[in-house]
Design a protein around this ligand. Structure first.
Ligand code: MG
Length: 158
């Protein structure tokens, strides 16, 4: 069998006056993530992990922030584009694991809804794991300056 793995990482700055969107879910919080799109670091990390496993560059190449088409675009829709690309290449997603790194807010209670929302992009809840952790008060995550996420994706020929 032909397997391929990819890794993805993303981070965005927290700012007032923005909705916090993680895994496609609006999460009540006093700040949100700044970005050309909705700043959804989890979806962006997953997109980059999938693109990495396909070996076709990175998120910036497929969805350039210089293109107004992607401005404030839902990251779940970006994810759906990439999943369609996977299928069009005769590949399938075997497994995605991911971790969101945020000092606040607490995210554990939102993970089930994130998985359900990500399934709208064609990624089955049974093929994805999402974890959340703090950064123990250290660095840009720990001081609440931003939120980051990492993801890995395993693809195989369908
Ligand atoms: Mg991003």
């Amino acid at each position: 069998m032909n397997f391929r793995i990819g890794i993805g990482y993303d981070s965005h700055r927290l700012a007032e006056g923005r909705m916090l969107v993680l895994g496609g879910v609006n999460i009540p919080f006093e700040k949100g993530l700044l970005g050309h799109s909705d700043g959804d670091v989890l979806c962006h990390a997953i997109v980059d992990a999938i693109i990495g496993a396909m070996g076709v560059g990175d998120i910036g190449r497929h969805f350039p922030d210089t293109d107004t088409k992607w401005k404030d675009y839902s990251s779940i829709r970006l994810l759906r584009h990439v999943v369609e690309l996977v299928h069009s290449e005769g590949l399938k997603i075997v497994w995605i694991d991911s971790v969101i790194m945020a000092e606040r807010p607490k995210l554990a209670s939102h993970i089930s809804l994130m998985k359900d929302t990500i399934s709208q992009a064609g990624i089955l809840p049974a093929t994805i794991n999402i974890k959340a952790k703090t950064n123990e008060g250290m660095g840009f995550i720990g001081c609440g300056e931003g939120i980051a996420a990492q993801a890995v994706c395993l693809l195989m020929q369908a």
